[in-house]
Design a protein around this ligand. Structure first.
Ligand SMILES: *Cc1c(COP(=O)(O)O)cnc(C)c1O
Length: 405
């Protein structure tokens, strides 16, 4: 299928290009030391990850450890509450550890094992990426250092406990504001010093090449499964698909299965408290081109051109940019990027829980909220939502801040 001059039959061969660019977005803007490390990972990715042995082992892990394939559920009661459009959910909340993140973490750590690395390094904000990494490291018997700001360590006690139980070493980062940005800096620093023995695992389709490509490819299992399952269930493709976008990994993997189909694709960004800078994290909707964390993309900047402070009720979507491939698909118009605010999201959180018996992660509830708005607009047809994770981690927060609705 051709779209605005891009041939989607050969899309995955051409994007990203050899230097990691999706059009003008992407690349690897890092120090010379890290450049060498990135080249090592890129080379290993292209040889090891395409080998029969690697692919077979990852398939077995997905089936026997992660519990894949995850099902698609027809949300019948929710659909009839909102009209004639039939809503469906791809159940990444049923993936082991309760979210899509394990899809790329298992791939990244399996690659580390094949490369002969002894230790994996990662940063975490809310702790979700840290828990997924600690899980993968435990599975493969690797050392695991998770860098985390002291502010986040206090806020995210249950996830810190999980990481420790899983055997990970939680490294407290105390400088600056002691949150995610400082944790990223410290993790990169540690990695640059010891990249021969370690691998750094990024938590989304962001960072320098090859991570946006590699994480997308590991997440593409979601889109491949979903397309086949939906056709099996209904005999046709969905009219529209919807996923929430923070860094953009669950969306990138899910979308990849449908880019070459006549399907409307929607990414949903968090509008938080509103459209004022600082009140949201809708980078593709309100941002401009810029470089941060080693890649060129669309980002929210403050008056000095630095990454702006961002806010969302969903800590997993709280990031001032999105992956370069999303910036590319945004400019191209192949994917429509819209928003859902905190209030709509919390309403959708309760709607899905009450009508379907599925408590979604607040991140995923953004996709549900947007799908409900889209259903009203469409009037008929079908929408497939990627339910990126389960909401157990969010229940206390929702009750404390919003009460029972
Ligand atoms: C981390 C997280 C996200 C956001 O990450 P992406 O890379 O944008 O997918 C979304 N949903 C859940 C459940 C998460 O844990």
């Amino acid at each position: 299928m051709k779209f605005n001059g891009i041939d989607f039959d050969t899309y995955f061969k051409n994007y990203p290009d050899a230097n990691g660019y999706f059009g003008k977005y992407g690349g690897a803007y890092v120090s010379d030391d890290l450049k060498k490390a990135m080249e090592e990972i890129t080379e290993a990715y292209f040889t090891i990850c395409k080998s029969r042995r690697f692919i077979d082992e990852l398939r077995r892990i997905r089936r026997e450890f992660q519990g894949r394939p995850t099902p698609i559920s027809h949300l019948e009661r929710l659909s009839s509450k909102y009209g004639n459009v039939q809503l469906y959910a791809k159940r990444e909340d049923l993936n082991h550890t309760g979210a899509h993140k394990l899809n790329h973490c298992m791939g990244e750590v399996l690659l580390a094992k094949y490369m002969g690395k002894k230790k994996v390094i990662a940063e975490t904000g809310a702790g979700q990426h840290g828990v997924a990494m600690a899980t993968a490291a435990a599975y493969f018997g690797m050392e695991c250092d998770i860098y985390m700001g002291s502010v986040d360590i206090k806020k995210q006690a249950p996830n810190v406990a999980r990481m420790k139980i899983l055997g990970a070493n939680v490294v407290e980062v105390t400088h600056g504001l002691a949150t995610l940005k400082e944790a990223v800096d410290s993790a990169f620093e540690a990695y640059a010093k010891d990249y021969k023995n370690c691998i750094y695992c990024i938590g989304s389709v962001v960072g320098p090449h090859p991570f946006p490509m590699m994480v997308r490819d590991f997440q593409s299992v979601v889109g491949i499964e979903a397309r086949e399952q939906f056709i099996d269930m209904t005999g046709e493709l969905p009219d529209a698909i919807v996923a929430c976008v923070g860094g953009g990994s669950n969306a990138a993997g899910f979308f990849s299965g449908f880019l070459n189909d006549p399907v409307a694709i929607h990414g949903v960004e968090p509008l938080g408290r509103g459209a004022k800078l600082g009140d949201h994290a809708a980078s593709l909707s309100y941002g401009t081109e810029g470089i941060m964390h080693g890649f060129n993309s669309i980002m929210l900047k403050d008056e000095n051109g630095e990454p702006a402070p961002v806010y969302s009720v969903a800590s997993g979507l709280d990031y001032p940019s999105s992956g370069p491939e999303h910036a590319f698909l945004h400019d191209l118009g192949r994917v429509t990027y819209g928003v859902a605010d905190d209030e709509e999201t919390i309403d959708a959180f309760f709607d899905l829980s009450r009508m379907e018996g599925i408590i979604p992660a607040i991140e995923s509830a953004h996709a549900v909220a947007y799908a409900l708005k889209l259903a009203k607009e469409m009037g008929r047809g079908s929408i497939l939502i990627n339910l990126s994770g389960r909401g157990d981690k969010d229940m206390d927060y929702v009750i404390e801040n919003y009460g029972i609705r």
